[in-house]
Write a protein that binds this ligand. Sequence first.
Ligand code: ZN
Length: 303
Amino acid sequence: MRLSLGFGIKWDAAVGGGVKPFKASGTLARSFSQAASSPQPFTASFARKQRLSPLSHNFASSRLQPRRPYSSRIMSTEELDKQPPQEVKKYLQQSHDRIFESNKKWAAEQKAKNPDFFSHLNAGQSPEYLWIGCSDSRIPAEAITGLGPGEMFIHRNIANLVCSTDLNVMSVVNYAVRHLHVKHIVVCGHYGCGGVKAAMTPQDLGLLNPWLRNIRDVYRLHEAELDGIKDEEAKYNRLVELNVVEQARNVIKTAAIQQSYAKSGYPIVHGWVFGFKDGLLKDLEIDFEGQLKDIQKIYNLTS
Ligand SMILES: [Zn+2]
């Protein structure tokens, strides 16, 4: 059975349990189109529109897909693979050019609405939020939170993991806390996460094994609770939530957070989960102070 992380990586794997993997057919192309063709990709009005509308994971059938100002049609991967080489080349050129067409339109719109928009952006950033989310293309962090450019520092990876050996995420956290002085750090997972689903699959997934093992470790930590859930979808959803909780814990374990909180009373670390079915964020209401106290019994790095 073909299994997908939901953003274009596909491989063959046996999927256990009763939860169907997400249909990946053409997902990348369509979501790419969705992002590229949004008339106002970063504005609050676009965000409100998105928040008020349930997001579908199947953009092909979505009534919500914004009107595309382009004449070119979005092809599914399967359809594209049947085209002769010159047609593939032409299609790729078009999908590349579409971004620049959209970018020019966006820049003109921002300038028309606020002539100082780009001089403000150019002046520097002081975001209140650090967002650590999944790379899944269906979760436009700014759009679903109603935030605009300059308001959120963003890091994304497969299944929103915070690993102490990942120089990338550790640098992001360090920079966001020590230099940008963010007030909130959000670890945001999502129901239907292909990375979490893959980690529940008893299969050798090659290069992804060490990355997904972090999620398998979350399962091991919460084995009794998860094994007690008989419904596969409920178990999957709970693992998504527990993964967010554990990654938030990993953020709290860092020296940057502990020292900044001791000195200034911020940042606060939150765990949220996004749902494709209704487009809403669920706050897992992590007890930040309680977690911090608990963690510092072993991981105290404040002195
Ligand atoms: Zn995901």
